[in-house]
Design a protein. Sequence first.
Length: 248
Amino acid sequence: MTANATEHADLFWGLRGGGGNFGVVVSLEYRLHPLTTVLASLLLYPLDQARAVLRFYDEFITTAPDELTIQFGFIQMPDGMPVLFLSPVYCGPLEAGERVLAPLRAIGWPLTDQIQPITYNALVHTIDALFPKGRHYTIQTQSLAGLRAETIEALVECAGRFSSSFSGISIHHFHGAASRVSASETAFAPRQDHLMVEIVAGWEPQSPEEEQRHVQWAQASSDALAPYALKGGYINLLDEGEQDANTI
């Protein structure tokens, strides 16, 4: 059976995110777009600048062109200092990207500005070494319509209480073409401009008692954002106990 937008459209809808064990797919046909060099990398800020930088970010992304997405979040430096990171990726002409990113790069006093042209292939492998085999992780997620004073404060406070140097908070920016699809057209929602917050606790193998400390940090961080979150969630990052988030 072949399923696409015109043949067996209901089956095609389900296969595009309808849930686990929906069916067996023996082949897929993708429409690819060439992407070679992008303008990308990192801006890092000390935690005491995070509130001001994120207030600017929240305004900046409302007019971001489709070619730009800016992942951001919090990580811990090797010396134990938590920092805010911004990771813009501009996939249009490089000169245009320099102009678009100029206001963002002028905010605050970053610890480092590594934004430069980089091949897309190299970009997607830049963090591979940070996730070695054998390390343990638990992930909580929340989706936000945007940033507000309360969510910025919650994020900064959670970053100040990282359970380990392997933990982090990564926030994905969904906009552009992804938000111009009707919620009923695919099994993925929300289809509005939004931020998807990944709260990642990581640790080396240790006793079950110690592991609970990391799990509890992730859960407490998620709970702090829950009052401001959108309904539903990204199903690939939900566990079997999160039935409420599974409802769109």
